[in-house]
Design a protein around this ligand. Structure first.
Ligand code: HEM
Ligand code: HEM
Length: 255
């Protein structure tokens, strides 16, 4: 009798412990999520990114199929405006969007040396290695769109600045526009693979912050002191960039 009571008691204890464990984990999870979500990306940077992704998809479709080439050229000039906007925002924008916060060649080397460590990584923005990829993408997008201005399909469509250069240069620009796209495809493939790598190997979710703006910040690490600039300032810079790109291309094409 005594033995069976003891056994039952220990089973209850075990069950209770098991239940307590689950409840504790659930509470921790709720508290963790509530307490330590920290905003790292402003809305202009997120809109810039997802706008760029949509435009890039359209450029791919319209370029490869040859459909909507007129719209392709307008959208390409919009990409050029977005790059100009992003460069300006990289100097005057929110802290995490500034180039100075993520361009660090030494930081990139240090980061590369610990790349395969499975510890989660937390950065209030891009890590220095990701920063290099960002710069490579921005430069390649700018070159690709600029070459497009001088390109031609030799049938119906000519870039707006095609007539400013001689035939040989236009041909070289068109070749570059074809080759450059393959380089861009390679870079974006690497870019997405890196995000999957961080998720799977380093258990770090980079995607969610680029959507919601917020990341889960570790309890024991001091929160970053970020300054977020007004989205209205970003809109002003964007309008200025669109006017500068479309205005100067129109001016040059009329020379
Ligand atoms: C980042 C922006 C851009 C991307 C990703 C892009 C991508 C492409 C792609 C994939 C093609 C097809 C190439 C092929 O047939 O192999 C193409 C063709 C073309 N693009 Fe773009 N483009 C961009 C910007 C521009 C801009 C700004 C212009 C002009 C304002 C432009 C003008 C043209 C023209 C005229 C063609 C036809 C050339 C041909 O078929 O040989 N593109 N583009
Ligand atoms: C669906 C595919 C894509 C996903 C899931 C994705 C995801 C991301 C994520 C999570 C970041 C932030 C990385 C970090 O925290 O360091 C980022 C940044 C960036 N991505 Fe993508 N990306 C995609 C496609 C593209 C494409 C097609 C381009 C351009 C051709 C691109 C260009 C960029 C740039 C320039 C940044 C830096 C943003 C900034 O600082 O303003 N991405 N991307």
């Amino acid at each position: 009798m005594l033995v069976s009571i003891k056994q039952e008691a220990s089973e209850i204890k075990y069950r209770d412990f098991w239940l307590e464990d689950i409840i504790e984990k659930l509470i921790n999870r709720i508290l963790f999520n509530m307490k330590h979500l920290v905003k790292i990306w402003d809305s202009p940077t997120r809109l810039f990114h997802w706008g760029l992704v949509l435009l890039f998809g359209f450029m791919w479709f319209s370029g490869e199929t040859g459909n909507y080439l007129d719209l392709h050229m307008k959208a390409g000039m919009l990409i050029l405006s977005l790059i100009l906007y992003r460069i300006i925002w990289g100097f005057i924008g929110s802290s995490s969007a500034r180039f100075s916060s993520f361009i660090s060649p030494i930081g990139a080397i240090k980061h590369a040396l610990t790349l395969f460590k499975r510890d989660p990584e937390i950065h209030a923005g891009h890590n220095p290695l990701g920063g290099l990829m960002v710069i490579a993408l921005l430069i390649m997008l700018a070159l690709q769109a600029s070459a497009g201005l001088f390109s031609s399909d030799l049938v119906l469509t000519e870039g707006p600045l095609f007539n400013l250069v001689d035939e040989e240069t236009a041909e070289e620009m068109t070749d570059f526009h074809h080759l450059g796209f393959n380089v861009l495809l390679f870079l974006t493939g690497l870019h997405v693979a890196a995000i999957v790598f961080y998720r799977v190997i380093k258990r770090t979710n980079l995607l969610k912050p680029m959507i919601t703006g917020k990341t889960v910040w570790p309890e024991k690490t001091p929160e970053p002191k970020l300054i977020f600039k007004s989205p209205l300032l970003a809109l002003f810079v964007l309008i200025l960039s669109v006017v500068a790109v479309f205005g100067s291309v129109t001016y040059l094409s009329n020379l």
